[in-house]
Design a protein around this ligand. Structure first.
Ligand code: ATP
Ligand code: MG
Length: 553
């Protein structure tokens, strides 16, 4: 975080708390439910929670909110840990809400003993009906009159497995007339005979979110419990449990969740994309998951930078995905190795070139003085991009055309003399001459050309597959758009080029390196690459093509 930036509202609260001596140091937590892979919205929450602790010298716990036994899986736990580490953060402790099931049970018994909780045999419809509406107060039923002893016995029996799912619930006894519906005797425990990924079959009653989250925060002495705006109505209940149980006074603060254009950000919807085959998996490079973005070639640094740039808002908004792509480009421009790759080849024969084994040199990255250089073999037969040639060019066309000159990047100036065609009239080959005195770095030719093309030597080129991605959705506000979100999927979000021609340096491509294919965009090696098979993902284009599109409109 840059120093000259003004504080966000959570930083203001923390600085005041520290100045007032309310706390000596702060503690935050990141509390994912392990029911899916993390997405860019979670990255926002991670950067915020871990970032605050780093800034103020505190600590952050990673706490899995695994109170719902039926949807959580160990695979998700592992992926979440990978993602947080990859983003560059270290948690103080790895914890699970399920670690606290014994303690939470004791808390519930305490509430019952104080006459502040009761066992209710009503079914969910009855409970909903008795709750009233925001304008009509609810009514307590006869179960609320049970004695402390009876409630203690029934709750223990619930724990011991005497009752079926749904037969009874434990409710906090608060206020059936509260304007906050969540305060109208909320359910705090339910019966669920289900296997839990960590506690196995030990429990058949499970605490509700509201009875687990704040207490978990308190057990861990979390000072600032940060969540998204939809939890505002839960805050009253959060404080009530902490007050009644007389435990560490953790405090909840809410910020606006991240919403982004052309993107969905709900695990439930992301899961549907996977299950219904719209993408190849959670780490499909088009997914807004952290694993998808990582596979696509986004860097952790660029995601952190993005989260910092968008700041912490108190009102919902929709962030332009272009800003994320801007951050990705900015980082990749600084670190990517420059390479030449021809996607759609047109052969160029240099009729006057008789050299053999000539090696040219080109810098790896003009943005990095310590980036070094690589060798590029030059030869008589080269590939250039088919659309870098026009037989009948318009004025101000600076690429190759009959009689015209261009520079080949890091090589020589060439001139096109003859266009060879097949019987159908398609251009198959260009015969050119090169200017020996025009070698890059030692050009004494005195010739000035405006166009520079990328190229590869035919006999040295290595073949590769390239995958080009576009936005997965064609509407800006996917969640706000009419119909099913799946109605708005971009049918052209993936284009595979099975055979492109890369300069030989890319034979040594590594998973952790980033590349700029000149004039083509930023790329990284995909996990589908194997020895002898190169597969590259386009991470992002060099410029924002969508911005241009919308200006045209
Ligand atoms: P989803 O709706 O995608 O399932 P969730 O909120 O249910 O998300 P959790 O695993 O419960 O997912 O969230 C863990 C933390 O990440 C919570 O503190 C939550 O507020 C935060 N979070 C989730 N989505 C976003 C988002 N879009 N922007 C910011 N924070 C988010
Ligand atoms: Mg959730």
């Amino acid at each position: 975080m840059s120093e000259d930036k003004s504080l966000n509202f959570i930083e203001e609260i923390i600085e005041k708390d520290l100045a007032d001596g309310k706390y000596n140091s702060i503690s935050t937590r990141f509390p994912p439910e392990p029911n899916g892979y993390l997405h860019i919205g979670h990255a926002k929450s991670i950067c915020l929670n871990f970032g605050l602790a780093l800034k103020y010298g505190g600590k952050t716990n990673l706490r899995f909110d695994d109170t719902n036994p039926t949807t959580e899986e160990t695979e998700y736990v592992e992926s979440i840990k990978d993602d947080v580490r990859w983003l560059g953060f270290n948690w103080a402790e790895e914890l699970y809400a399920s670690n606290y099931f014994d303690q939470l049970y004791v808390f519930a018994v305490q509430l019952i003993s104080k006459g502040l909780a009761y066992v209710d045999d009503s079914n969910s419809d009855e409970i909903a009906e008795q709750k009233g509406t925001p304008t009509v107060p609810g009514k307590r039923n006869a179960y609320a009159e049970r004695t402390v002893e009876e409630n203690l016995r029934l709750f223990e029996e619930m724990k011991n497995g005497k009752y079926e799912d749904g037969a009874k619930v434990l409710r906090a006894k608060i206020d059936m007339a509260s304007p906050n519906m969540l305060m109208r005797d909320p359910i705090i425990y339910r019966i669920k005979h289900a296997h839990h990924h960590r506690t196995g079959d030990k429990w058949c009653i499970y605490p509700m979110y509201d009875f687990a989250h704040g207490q978990s925060d308190a057990i861990e002495n979390i000072t600032h419990s940060i969540c998204t705006l939809e939890f505002i109505p839960h805050r009253e209940l959060y404080d009530w449990f902490i007050m009644q149980l007389e435990i560490f006074p953790s405090k909840q603060y809410e910020f606006a969740r991240l919403n982004m254009t052309y993107t969905i950000m709900s695990k439930r919807k992301l899961l549907r994309l996977v299950n219904e085959g719209f993408v190849s998996g959670w780490d499909d490079p088009r997914m807004s998951t952290i694993s998808g973005m990582r596979r696509r070639g986004y860097t952790a640094k660029s995601i952190r930078e993005f989260c910092d740039k968008i700041g912490v808002a108190r009102r919902e908004n929709l962030i332009d995905v272009g800003l994320l792509e801007f951050c990705v480009r900015e980082d990749l421009n600084a670190i990517a190795l420059r390479r030449m790759v021809v996607f759609d080849p047109l052969k160029v024969v240099l009729t006057n070139y008789e050299g053999a084994g000539e090696l040219l040199h080109s810098e790896n990255n003009p943005e990095d003085v310590n980036g070094g250089s690589r060798n590029i073999p030059f030869s008589k037969e080269l590939y250039i991009e088919r659309d870098d040639f026009m037989e009948n060019p318009p004025k101000k066309y600076f690429r190759l055309a009959p009689g015209q000159m261009v520079r080949l990047k890091s090589a020589y100036i060439i001139q096109c003399n003859e266009v060879i065609k097949d019987a159908a009239g398609n251009v198959t080959e260009l015969h050119c001459t090169y200017i020996p005195e025009s070698k890059s770095g030692n050009d004494t030719s005195g010739i000035h050309v405006k166009g520079t093309l990328h190229w590869v030597s035919v006999s040295h080129a290595v073949e590769a597959e390239v995958r080009l991605y576009d936005r997965l959705f064609i509407v800006e506000d996917v969640d706000g758009a009419e119909g099913e979100f799946t109605d708005h999927i971009n049918p052209h979000s993936l284009q595979v080029l099975p055979k492109v021609y890369a300069e030989p340096a890319l034979k040594e491509a590594k998973a952790d390196e980033r590349y700029q294919f000149l004039r083509k965009g930023y790329f990284c090696l995909d996990k589908d690459a194997a020895s002898g098979k190169l597969v590259f993902n386009r991470t992002v284009t060099l410029k924002d093509g969508w911005a241009k599109e919308s200006k045209k409109k």
